[in-house]
Design a protein around this ligand. Structure first.
Ligand SMILES: NC(=O)NCCC(=O)O
Ligand SMILES: [Zn+2]
Ligand SMILES: [Zn+2]
Length: 475
């Protein structure tokens, strides 16, 4: 049935205006004022913002890590995402050396199929460049529509790839139209520092942060930027945490390189002192890269405002405190890295960003939706409200004041890193391709209704400026 979203304040990356949106067959067919459609169900959005659905470029659902598996799978994770106003995720498909890439992709399809309640795509991890990989990758980029490749510069002996692999991936990405993503930390030096700390009996969660200093994130980011320049390729640095890394990204962009950067809600709002919580509770705040000294938060906000960083991903990678984070009791290096963020990404960015005057409303939409859609080959199907775009819509009430808590969240995990935080604003109703998934704060979606997204190649035709600029709103 047609739907008419009436009288909401429509916000895109470019505009803010009062209007109505007519939806038919899952897409936006008309935008205007005073629209009427007798055969349409009317959804009153008065007093609310109407945003394009959030596009979360960084999730790990049903992912094996550190001897356990993330607490949220594609059903619980995407349901929580929908409650939070996210209608598309791009999840990381992990690969195993010696096994075909297609096998890994099939495994990830198997995890998501029949479960996802919102739309989803995959990034593909590259850990080695062998003859098989060289033959398989172009086919996977084009036939599977996986136009982003992930290289880990950290997690030595587990996920880490060497610099040769990164360089060859950058060359291949340039040739095939893919975007290379890096987890930028110097894994070799971290490995040394971790062993040194453990040998000295330093086992508590805080040593996770102290053995991964910001210099090692800055160094790896600079290295990845330099290799991107040499390969004349394109790079997206995931989960940027600190001034050292931001400066490297800015330097690369100032040279005209196509370098993009993402940060996450935890780095914008939490700091390293959380790892010192007693009773091992610091383990709840173990991410890699780690939380930093608080002054970095303003550097990250400024970088989002100025356009040096372009996106905020959740890096959703949830582990229960009981039984999972506790694997690291007595040895911080065994604490599974990551936390639950998929649900609160959008609301926390709105409340801490827009409400506190750090970013504009249109920048907010750009950061949580539009830019990711552009960079990852989904625009204009996703990431905006325009005629012909998928009707992925969030009706958001900015006047709601609420507290974040594990007692009320929908993620399948026993804590929330933002427990007790007061925020403004809440997604009330969320539609994916014109169908209600959240209606008046109730889940009304269906597992398996999420579509797999075959993404376009990286490139200028997706709305990305070929020469990046740091000015507001320009990629
Ligand atoms: N970030 C983190 O600590 N866990 C998820 C895996 C990754 O992105 O490195
Ligand atoms: Zn990472
Ligand atoms: Zn991640």
């Amino acid at each position: 049935m047609k739907k008419l979203i009436s009288n909401g304040m429509i916000v895109t990356a470019a505009d803010t205006y009062l209007g109505d949106i007519l939806i038919d067959n899952g897409v936006v067919v008309m935008i205007g004022t005073g629209l009427e459609a007798q055969d349409a169900e009317v959804v009153d959005a008065s007093g609310c913002y109407v945003f394009p659905g959030g596009v979360d470029p960084h999730t790990h659902l049903d992912m094996p890590f550190g001897g356990t598996v993330t607490a949220d799978d594609f059903e619980t994770g995407t349901k929580a995402a929908a409650f939070g106003g996210t209608t598309t995720i791009i999840d990381f498909c992990l690969t195993t050396k010696g096994e075909t890439l297609q096998k890994a992709v099939n495994t990830w399809h198997g995890k998501a199929r029949g479960k996802a309640v919102i739309d989803y795509g995959f990034h593909l991890m590259v850990s080695e460049v062998t003859e098989t990989v060289l033959t398989e990758l172009p086919r996977i980029i084009h036939e599977e529509g996986i136009s982003s490749l992930k290289v880990f510069m950290a997690y030595k002996n587990v996920l880490q790839a060497d610099d040769g692999t990164l360089y060859r991936t950058l060359l291949l990405a340039k040739e095939q139209g893919a975007l290379v993503m890096v987890h930028a930390e110097n894994g070799d030096v971290i490995d040394f520092l971790v062993n040194e700390a453990l040998a000295a009996g330093r086992t508590e969660p805080i040593y996770h942060a102290l053995t991964r200093p910001p210099e090692l994130e800055g160094e790896a980011t600079g290295r990845a930027v330099a290799l991107t320049g040499m390969a004349d390729s394109q790079l997206y640095v995931v989960h940027v945490t600190c001034a050292e890394a931001v400066r490297q990204i800015e330097a690369g962009r100032a040279k005209g390189l196509q370098i993009y950067g993402e940060t996450c809600p935890q780095y914008l709002n939490l700091d390293v002192s959380y790892l010192e919580k007693t009773n091992f509770e610091g383990a709840k705040y173990v991410w890699s890269p780690p939380l930093r000294e608080a002054w970095n938060q303003e550097v990250l906000w400024n970088a989002l405002r100025s356009g040096s960083l372009q996106t905020v991903g959740s890096d959703q990678c949830s582990f229960n405190f009981k039984g999972q984070k506790e694997l690291g009791l007595g040895d911080f290096s065994k604490i599974p890295n990551g936390g639950p963020m998929i649900e609160d990404r959008l609301s926390v960015l709105y409340s801490e960003g827009v409400e506190k005057g750090r970013i504009s409303l249109n920048q907010f939409v750009n950061i949580i939706s539009t830019t990711s859609a552009k960079l990852f080959g989904l625009f204009p199907q996703k990431g905006t409200i325009a005629i012909g775009s998928d009707a992925d819509i969030v009706i958001f009430d900015p006047s709601v004041r609420r507290k974040i808590s594990a007692e009320t969240h929908h993620m399948n995990v026993d804590y929330n890193a933002f427990e007790g935080m007061d925020i403004m604003g809440e997604p009330i109703t969320v539609l994916v391709r014109g169908e209600f998934v959240i209606r008046d704060k109730e889940f009304v979606g269906m597992p398996g209704s999420g579509h797999y997204l075959h993404r376009k190649k990286f490139g200028a035709t997706n709305g990305i400026a070929t020469k990046p600029s740091s000015s507001e709103g320009v990629l």
